[in-house]
Design a protein around this ligand. Structure first.
Ligand code: PLP
Length: 356
């Protein structure tokens, strides 16, 4: 368990427990070592290129991201193989993507004919090649083609268009990854993987090559990552973990913490200097580490802690685990890498705010 760093840091501060990071990277690498599916971890969670480079050094085959601006950060950091697991549709962004494909190997998800044509034209203009995954709706009902027929037609078009290469399938089972019961995740992944396999078989029957099938998250790493359909696992949260995933009994440790300081104390109540602006709140309240039973309420800039036994005093530092690691890291400019109660280095959160 992380120790609060000495000398004390100014707060709010984002801490990353390097021992837990190494444990999580090694645990995932060990699990996938003898599997067909390899890791392409999601940068929308990580946001710190220094940590993505550690994932690559441990065997990740490339990095996944959600946004073009994240891909630009990764290319700048020297990541050689980047997937944007979403559609890029705006003309100026398509132009940037086509140029970026000249800097690093770029792959992108596509789910419409018009977008495929625009991507192709931009790559012809830029003189670059772009790899494309057809996104398929495997049950989450988000982006992605809705039928095998439409998916095969789109893959054929991509294959025929200049400067595009049809690379395979993007299919993320968002509707399953956070289900609390393991059996529901296992059975849900089985069903969704079977739907993706059916799409793959139709593509093969149409004479197309399916080099990659990409998807899967932390909650389904064992099933999608351990199965025989996917070639790439896009898990991201396994690296930091958080309050949501902490409840699922996975073999990963909490590696991301927010450090706060008690700024005001009165009988029965304490106030810490971390508020709604210090945590991604989309999955509810953070956990106060070591005092999970104490009621906390967050306001914009501070947190009220019920302290019936008056255990806190002004100046005490306290650790929190957020409800959602991805939206929490996105709030901080830098993260302190901590080991044995000391700051080992300060890492820039270069992907922070990269949502364009
Ligand atoms: C397309 C895609 N792939 C992978 C992931 C990573 O999932 P997790 O955070 O469960 O590891 C997400 C998360 O939302 C996602 O949207």
């Amino acid at each position: 368990m992380i120790k609060i760093p000495v000398p004390a840091l100014e707060t709010p501060a984002l801490l990353v427990d390097m021992e837990a990071i190494e444990h999580n990277i090694a645990t995932m690498a060990d699990f996938l070592a003898d599997k067909q599916c390899k890791l392409r971890p999601h940068f929308k969670t990580v946001k710190v290129p220094d940590l993505s480079l550690m994932q690559l050094a441990a065997g990740a085959k490339g990095i996944t991201c959600a946004k073009l601006s994240e891909a630009e950060v990764l290319a700048e950091a020297g990541v050689p193989n980047v997937l944007i697991a979403n559609q890029v549709i705006w003309p100026s962004k398509i132009e940037r993507l086509a140029k970026l494909a000249g800097k690093t190997r770029m792959c992108v998800a596509v789910d419409s004919e018009a977008n495929a044509r625009d991507l192709s034209q931009a790559c012809v203009n830029a003189g670059t090649t772009l790899y494309c995954l057809v996104e398929y709706d495997c049950g989450a009902h988000r982006c992605g083609v809705r039928s095998i027929e439409d998916g095969v037609a789109l893959a054929k078009l991509i294959e025929a268009l200049p400067n595009l290469v049809f690379e395979g399938i993007q299919a993320y089972e968002a509707h399953i990854v956070l289900k609390p019961e393991e059996e529901v995740r296992r059975e849900g992944a089985k069903e969704s993987n079977a739907a993706v396999a059916e799409f793959r078989d139709a593509l093969l029957a149409a004479g197309l090559c399916v080099n990659e099938i990409s998807g899967g998250g932390t909650g389904t790493y064992k099933y999608t990552g351990g199965g025989d359909v996917y070639t790439e696992l896009q898990a991201g949260s396994y690296l930091y973990m958080d309050g949501r995933y902490g409840k699922l009994g996975l073999p990963f440790k909490n590696a991301q913490f927010v450090l706060g300081t008690i700024m005001s104390k009165h009988p029965g109540i304490a106030f810490a200097d971390v508020g709604l602006k210090s945590f991604g709140m989309d999955n509810g309240n953070p956990i106060l580490v070591g005092h999970e039973d104490l009621f906390i309420k967050l306001n914009e800039e501070h947190c009220r802690i019920d302290d019936p036994e008056d255990i806190f005093k002004v100046g005490d530092q306290v650790l929190f685990i957020s409800g959602h690691c991805c939206t929490t890291v996105n709030i901080f400019d830098f993260a302190y890498a901590v080991r044995d109660g000391k700051v080992e280095k300060i890492m820039e959160v270069k992907g922070r705010g990269k949502s364009v």
